[in-house]
Design a protein around this ligand. Structure first.
Ligand SMILES: O[C@@H]1[C@@H](O)[C@H](O[C@@H]2CO[C@@H](O[C@@H]3CO[C@@H](O)[C@H](O)[C@H]3O)[C@H](O)[C@H]2O)OC[C@H]1O
Length: 478
């Protein structure tokens, strides 16, 4: 039974009777927006979809992707999730499920078919959903999860791209208005607007578009620069005007990633840094009495097959301790959160595809190659290939004065980091797309279905250590 549509009351989210509701759960990434590290392909989703259709034909390719969508989240997942005690899941969607770039502004019915299926599974288990538009035409940031082939966020320089995203939101709002199991809309994942003002302009238009259709559902608005920065927001024209709105940060902490080069020992100084990193992101909301949602956070984990058993266990012990510390802060702050990630192939998810499934065995060597070449940007360990990129980075550094090196989104993307993202995670990854698709050559329909069904709950394992920490924090200690 739902308690009516949720709404914002000051710094809290409340139900129709005014009782506080703290939303706790995870992000369903890698499903209606596939990502390279989540399901094990190189590059971006649109690239593997194109390559697979060319390699095995459109029908067989469609079969794989449809069966994947069907298997990835079923009633069994919703049941498991509810039994752990979580009450909300954030669903990442790719605009391409609803609109074709070659046929813009024509709604594809399949998008709602898949999305409704999961919204309804969740509702049946009393789980709220938040609809997260993770990609928009042109890309709102330059990372792989925006599903564009390059690193420039062109959404901000093409008004028509912005208009199309509003067009899609008008359909989403029309479709879900009045649905009490939708906790709200997260209109744009991790915007990276170099001007800082175009994001506010777009949010104004978004607000009017959605509110004209759906006056009730909460809007969960991400801050600029990967949901980390509200400092350029003009309070008078934004939060003071927008009603029923939550402000969202993504509180990733570097200590949870191999790139930090530092073990988490729970020292006082590390704890202070973890706290400071959170406080910096939420300052604007706290200064102005606004409601906060932590829409993404969480470390990545060691993998026994790559790191070795002992090292992986040690890494994970530290990462769970870091996570516990982050969750202590969120408890103290009484904020709602959504950890990244519900399911993947074994790097970050609460559940993961078992190593002995057809998908994992078929792609075993390819995945090992991806790891060794550090093809995915997320949590990558580039020790095996550093020697090849260093001379190239040095060459660029020798020719670009320090004052010209700080290109947006600096400092989130540091100088070296930007070069490697483009060289490795975009360029080299692009050359590996066909190699991924060739793994499907000669497979029968039954074999293709078996690959996709590897993602079914029944064929997955649970990351027990992670789930134990999360369950400890699912309800607030009073
Ligand atoms: O789809 C998700 C995606 O939403 C997520 O994006 C990354 C989030 O972190 C970004 O870097 C952080 C920026 O803030 C600093 O404070 C942190 O230390 C950085 O980690 C990163 O650039 C985004 O790509 O990532 C996972 C995807 O699966």
């Amino acid at each position: 039974m739902s308690n009516g549509i949720l709404r914002v009351d000051g710094t809290k989210i409340v139900d129709a009777s005014g009782n506080e509701v703290i939303l706790r759960g995870a992000g369903l990434g890698g499903w209606m927006n596939m990502e390279n590290f989540i399901s094990g392909f190189p590059g971006r989703e649109y690239q593997i979809r194109d390559a697979l259709a060319k390699t095995i034909g459109p029908e067989k390719s469609q079969l794989f992707f449809d069966k994947f969508l069907e298997a990835f989240f079923t009633d069994a997942d919703a049941k498991f999730y509810a039994e752990l005690g979580f009450n909300c899941i954030r669903i990442a969607i790719n605009y391409r499920h609803f609109e074709d770039d070659m046929n813009p502004r024509v709604l594809k019915p399949e998008g709602f078919k898949w999305l409704d299926r999961v919204v309804n599974f969740c509702a049946a288990h009393n789980i709220y959903t938040i609809i997260d538009l993770h990609t928009v035409p042109g890309g709102q940031n330059g990372d792989w999860h925006s599903d564009v082939g390059h690193h420039i966020a062109e959404f901000w320089t093409h008004k028509d791209f912005q208009d199309r995203a509003l067009w899609l939101w008008s359909h989403l709002a029309e479709h879900y208005k009045g649905n009490p199991w939708i906790a709200g809309y997260n209109p744009l994942n991790e915007p990276c607007d170099p001007t800082h003002s175009r994001l506010q302009d777009w949010y104004h238009r978004l607000y009017s578009t959605v509110r004209a259709i759906d006056p009730d559902h909460i809007l969960f608005l991400d801050g600029n620069t990967f949901a980390s920065d509200f400092s350029h927001f003009d309070l008078e024209t934004t939060a003071k005007v927008w009603k029923n709105t939550v402000y969202s940060v993504h509180d990733y902490n570097l200590l949870g990633f191999p790139q930090s080069g530092e073990s988490y020992t729970a020292s006082e100084s590390q704890k202070i840094r973890v706290r400071k990193s959170y406080e910096k992101k939420v300052k604007w909301m706290k200064d102005n009495g606004l409601c906060i949602w932590n829409g993404e956070f969480g470390p990545v984990y060691g993998r026994e097959q790559y790191d070795g058993v002992e090292k992986a266990q040690q890494i994970n012990k530290e990462r769970y301790a870091l996570l516990d510390e982050q969750l202590n802060i969120y408890d103290e702050e009484r904020i709602s959160w959504s950890i990244w990630l519900y399911k993947d192939i074994g790097f970050q998810g609460m559940t993961y595809v078992a190593p002995d499934t057809p998908y994992m065995t078929h792609f075993k060597d390819f995945l090992a190659k991806k790891f060794k070449l550090a093809i995915d940007a997320w949590g990558c360990d580039e020790t095996h290939v550093r020697q090849f990129y260093e001379p190239f980075t040095k060459f660029i550094a020798d020719n670009v004065e320090p004052k010209y090196r700080e290109l947006y989104p600096f400092p989130v993307w540091k100088f070296e980091n930007r070069i490697e993202r483009i060289a490795r995670n975009i360029l080299l990854a692009e050359y590996m797309v066909q190699e991924w698709a060739d793994h499907f050559k000669g497979l029968s329909e039954e074999e293709i279905i078996k690959l996709a069904e590897s993602f079914k709950f029944e064929n997955c394992r649970q990351r027990e250590g992670l789930n134990e920490v999360l369950v400890r924090h699912k309800d607030l200690r009073q």
